[in-house]
Structures are given as C-alpha cells and as structure tokens.
Design a protein. Structure first.
Length: 230
C-alpha cells in the first residue's frame, strides 16, 4: 500500500507510512475449544472402528467346543484390539491434559494436531493387519511404525507449543516444557525400537506394545514436579 499524505495545520503535507507488521506475525485464537471438540470426535471414531474389525467366524459344529474354537481363532484380533484401544485411550487422556494448559491456537498448531490425528486414524487398519497376521514380522513392524509416527507427531506438536509458538500459560516454566517434550520424544523412540524388534521377535514386540501405554496411563504433562536439571 503506498504512503498516504496528510496535511498539517501549517499546510505542509506529512507522509504517513503504513503500520509495519512482523514477518512472522500469525493470528492467534484464544482458547482451544474447537480443536479439542474436533479431536474428541476423531478419537471416538477411531476407537469405534477398532472393534468393527473383529468378527466371530462361523461355528464349525455346535455347543461350547465350537464356540471356544471360534473365540480362539479370533484371539489375536482381540489382543490387537485391546492393545490399540488402550493406546488410543492413553493418547486421548494425555491429549486432554496437554491442552488444559494451552491458552491459544494458531494455524500451525491446528495442522500439527491434524498430523497426530492422521496417524491415529491409521491405527484401525494396522491393528487389523497385525490381528490377521500376528506372527508376521512385517505386519508387526508396520503396526509399530504407525504408533511411532503418532508418538512422533505428538512430540512435534509439543515442541511447537512449548518452544516455537509459545502457546502455553506463562506459569509453565522452561524446565517443565523441556521435561515434557523429552518424555514425548522418548515415547516415539521406544515405539520405533519396538517396531524394529518386531522384525526379529514379533511376540516380544506385541508384549512391548501392550506394556508401553502403562507408562502414560496417569498423565504427568505440565505437572508441578521438580525441575529437570538436565
């Protein structure tokens, strides 16, 4: 926009220059209500799709033996459903806890959150793959990589909120931000390691996938614990 000339009381024009805006200026929206509402809907759909993939096969014969045989046939699917449901539930609890201290959103945070939701919506598919082929190393590896990418997306979102966008309350110290971002990053690394183990020992990897969510059952994001000196 060209400069605008405004006459002064003595008749001499004074050039008014347009207001300068920083190059990195970004519109901020107070609150996280719409982001959380959309995310909650996606989480609900994901956990619903998990059980849709589980079907009881046709009974061969009748009576209790036939029913037990059918249940035994889908046991791997039930295990993979349990692992994935627990994982998604832990993600939802920590997602809720994480955003309880976020004060503003911007378009970059929205897309970082969308990336997390993308990888979580893939979980029903990879759950079905590993449920149908629980002893296949590639199937277990694909499932583990999916969980690692979801964890990595959460870590990326945390990095942006804590350090780049500074979208949390001012009461959250740098030490708290660093500690919680490092915890999210460790989760991604551990899931990736478990995925690699799946290429060698699928049962051990599946056991790790079942155990790992327990570390985040009680969220400690942005707690008031002692500062991390590291």
């Amino acid at each position: 926009m060209p400069p605008r000339r405004t006459p002064t009381s003595d008749g001499h024009p004074v050039t008014e220059r347009p207001e300068h805006k920083p190059h990195d200026a970004r519109p901020l929206v107070e609150g996280t209500g719409r982001l959380e509402a959309f995310s909650d809907g996606v989480f609900a759909i994901v956990v619903t799709l998990l059980i849709i993939e589980v079907h009881l096969p046709a009974l061969v014969g009748s009576g209790t033996p036939a029913m037990l045989a059918a249940l035994g046939e889908i046991a791997p699917k039930l295990v993979s459903f349990t692992v994935s449901f627990a994982t998604i539930a832990v993600y939802w609890v920590n997602h809720h806890h994480f955003f309880s201290r976020v004060t503003h959103t911007d378009w970059k945070l929205l897309w970082a959150n969308n990336l997390l939701l993308f990888w979580l919506t893939v979980v029903p598919f990879t759950t079905a793959v590993v449920g149908d082929h629980p002893t296949e190393p590639v199937a277990v590896f694909i499932y583990g990589v999916n969980l690692a990418l979801a964890a990595g997306s959460f870590s990326l979102m945390a990095w942006y909120v804590f350090f780049r966008g500074d979208l949390v309350a001012a009461t959250v110290t740098y030490a708290e931000r660093r500690r919680e971002w490092r915890k999210a990053t460790r989760g991604a690394a551990i899931y990736l390691a478990a995925a690699l183990i799946g290429l060698i020992a699928p049962p051990i990897a599946i056991l790790l996938f079942l155990i790992l969510p327990l570390a985040w059952v009680v969220p400690s994001l942005l707690d008031d614990g002692a500062d991390d000196p590291a």
